[in-house]
Structures are given as structure tokens and as C-alpha cells.
Write a protein that binds this ligand. Structure first.
Ligand code: SF4
Ligand code: SF4
Length: 372
């Protein structure tokens, strides 16, 4: 549940994806919040919502590691809860993505069920970007949601962690439509914040045992960072994570959006760190990627209204094709919200005049053939 008073964030170390070590770390992480029994009551239906961006193997660090999902499924089951696993990936089918990420095996081993997020149910938005949000209707079938995010760089929002992870609760093509309607990072991020407020995850955990640096969220470099973070408040959790990984708040547009909306947890000083010092956990030299590390992102995030339409698009990095890496699979064209990627034979061609720099093509290209 999101707190109106000083939100708590807890951090613990976990050096590798090993069942016993990680189980102890996750139990330690849950302890300051009263343990799993304070979160889950017997008989409750619990959705574990990982980051399932695409059909990618755990080693690529694109998705939340299956061991985090498995151990949380075990803990919820031991507390008497019924576990569901679900997310709506950006491009691949849910079945294929669950299989590749290792969640199918988790379901076989734990008895958890896949919750397909297909149907749309419009929910009233309490934010300011849209009046209604098309959320997955299946979310109504569970009693609470535990948000299992992955820490990665992100070409549009700077960083993706707990808040951006909830965007996967918007099914299928509505995600593309939102990119088209809200192309600027801060506008888009205000919408993501609205979605997070509507979904209301009961608890969020960030898997930063291996994070993704560089050109995230699909083709960045996995980096062993050895941390797990947790909070009841996803905004506070991301604010602390950004600080640890060297992002300024204005380089992460979801945090900037939460600040603009005066949300609890969007300022570090207002977060209860349970006596932990951020300095003890800092990840030095984390490659924040071309977007978050650049001055352009800072300017756009802070002064979006000062930019004329053409200028604000032109000043942001644009997608370019690496022909040597492209396999001609067509995923970029299928997922471009503006449908401005055409094919000349096997090679895609991007109409840069019309491009809104949403980076869906770069995010979903499994070959890393689209650079910024
Ligand atoms: S750029 Fe990537 S997604 Fe697009 S066709 Fe080539 S390989 Fe496929
Ligand atoms: S070409 Fe890529 S960045 Fe441009 S609008 Fe299409 S998906 Fe977005």
C-alpha cells in the first residue's frame, strides 16, 4: 500500500542468483516490513508482476531473474497465498516470453499459475494526464500485487525500476498508443506515474543483483551489482535506487514526474532508510546510457514547455539502423506506434521526419540493430 507518511526503503546485498543465499536475502529484505506474513494473508490471491519486456533469457538481464520470482512464489505460498505470475510484454507473446525468462519452469516448480493480461478494463485515473486508464481486467482477479522489477537503463525514461515496471499492466497495443499520444519523456512519465497510482502495487522489490547498464532496456550490458531493494512505496524505491546507481533525479523522468506531482517518496530526504546509508551501497561508474547521461535529457526533463515541437524532437537522439546486425525480422515496424518504419526488401527504413523518439523500436529489437 502506498504510504502518505515517510515511506520506508530497505536495501540488502545478494551476490548471486543462488537459492539459499537469495532466500535469506529476501527474508532479510522483508523483515523490516514485518515479513511475508505482514504482507500476505492466508487465502489471498497474489500476482507477482515481474519485468517481462520480451522473450529474453535470464542471462541477458532484460527480465526479472526467475529465482527472485521463484523464491517470492515460495514465500507467498508458505504464507498461505495463491500465486499468479503475469505481465504484458512489449512484443513477444506472453507464453513465449514466460518460457524464455524461466517463469514457465517457476510455475512448474511452485504451482504458481500464469495470469494472462489480455482483457481491458478502463479504470478512473486520479492523475492528470488521462481520465481513464486501460488496465488489464485480470488484475481484478487478484487481491494484491507484488511488483518484482529489474533495474535497467532506459532510452526514454533514463532508468526503469519499480514505477516503470507497472506499465506492463497496460495490455498490448494500448502501450503503443500511449507512446504516440505522450511522446515527450516527462509527459509520458506522468502517465506512467498515473498508471502506477491506479495499479497500487502492495509491495515492490528491485532485482539489482545483476542490473543492466548502457543501452537499456533490451540490449544493454548486464552488470553484477549485488543488491536487492524493497519498499511499500515504488516512488521512494526508485528515488533511492537512482541515487545508488548515480542518476540525478531529473535524469529519470518517472522520478521527475513524481516530483512534479508532489508525490510522497519522490525526494530522498523524505524517505526513511531504516538506518541504512546510501553511500554504503553506491555503484560507482554505472553506465547510465546515452540518454540519461546526456545534458539534453536534463534540459528536456526540466523545461519541456520551452521547446518548440521540432526542436524538442530534433534535440533528442534518434534511432538509426545498423544494417550488419539487422535480420529483417520486422519487430521494429510492427511496434512503431506511428507505423513509420517501412521495408525496402529486407531492410527497415525509418522516416526520421515523423519519428517522435519513443524508442519502442530500439527497445524491442532483439538484435541490437537500432542504435541511438
Ligand atoms: S532493426 Fe531489429 S527489429 Fe527491426 S527488422 Fe532489424 S533486427 Fe528486426
Ligand atoms: S521509428 Fe522508433 S523511435 Fe521513431 S516513432 Fe517509430 S518506434 Fe518510435
Amino acid at each position: 500500500m502506498m504510504q502518505s507518511v515517510k515511506p520506508r526503503v530497505y536495501i540488502t546485498r545478494c551476490s548471486r542468483y543462488h537459492y539459499d543465499e537469495m532466500r535469506l536475502s529476501l527474508i532479510k529484505l522483508l523483515d523490516p516490513f514485518g515479513g511475508i506474513n505482514a504482507l500476505v494473508s492466508s487465502g489471498q490471491k497474489v500476482l507477482l508482476k515481474p519485468n517481462l519486456l520480451a522473450a529474453a533469457s535470464p542471462a541477458e538481464a532484460v527480465t526479472t531473474h526467475p529465482l527472485v520470482v521463484k523464491i517470492m512464489a515460495d514465500l507467498v505460498t508458505e504464507a498461505g497465498g495463491k500465486v499468479y505470475i503475469g505481465d504484458s510484454p512489449g512484443s513477444d507473446s506472453q507464453d513465449k516470453a514466460h518460457q524464455a525468462a524461466g517463469y514457465r519452469q517457476v510455475m512448474d516448480e511452485t504451482g504458481a499459475e500464469m495470469l494472462l493480461l489480455n482483457e481491458v478494463k478502463e479504470k478512473k485515473s486520479h492523475g492528470n494526464r488521462v481520465r481513464v486508464i486501460p488496465l488489464a481486467a485480470e488484475l481484478d482477479r487478484v487481491d494484491l500485487i507484488i511488483n518484482l522489477a529489474k533495474l535497467k537503463t532506459h532510452s526514454l525514461t533514463g532508468m526503469t525500476a519499480a514505477v516503470k515496471n507497472v506499465y506492463g499492466c497496460v495490455p498490448g497495443n494500448h502501450k503503443k498508443r500511449f507512446h504516440m499520444e505522450h511522446p515527450l519523456p516527462l509527459d509520458f512519465s506522468k502517465l506512467v506515474v498515473d498508471i502506477c497510482l491506479a495499479v497500487k502495487p502492495a509491495f515492490s522489490i528491485i532485482d539489482a543483483v545483476v542490473s543492466m547498464e548502457g543501452v537499456g532496456p533490451r540490449r544493454g550490458k548486464p552488470r553484477q551489482t549485488g543488491l536487492l531493494l524493497a519498499s511499500e512505496n515504488p516512488f521512494a524505491l526508485d528515488t533511492v535506487a537512482a541515487e545508488i546507481f548515480g542518476f540525478m533525479a531529473e535524469q529519470v523522468s518517472t522520478i521527475a514526474a513524481a516530483r512534479a506531482l508532489n508525490l510522497t517518496g519522490s525526494v530522498l530526504e523524505d524517505i526513511n532508510l531504516e538506518g541504512l546509508l546510501v553511500d554504503d551501497y553506491r555503484i560507482k561508474d554505472f553506465d547510465r546510457g546515452v540518454v540519461a547521461a546526456g545534458k539534453v535529457s536534463k534540459l528536456i526533463t526540466n523545461f519541456p514547455l520551452a521547446w518548440l515541437r521540432n526542436m524538442r524532437y530534433a534535440r533528442r537522439p534518434y534511432p538509426v539502423l545498423d544494417r550488419d546486425l539487422c535480420t529483417g525480422c520486422g519487430v521494429c515496424a510492427e511496434n512503431c506506434p506511428l507505423q513509420i518504419i517501412s521495408f525496402e526488401g529486407l531492410i527497415p527504413d525509418i522516416d526520421h521526419h515523423e519519428c517522435i523518439r519513443c524508442y519502442c523500436c530500439q527497445e524491442l529489437c532483439a538484435e541490437g540493430a537500432i542504435k541511438l
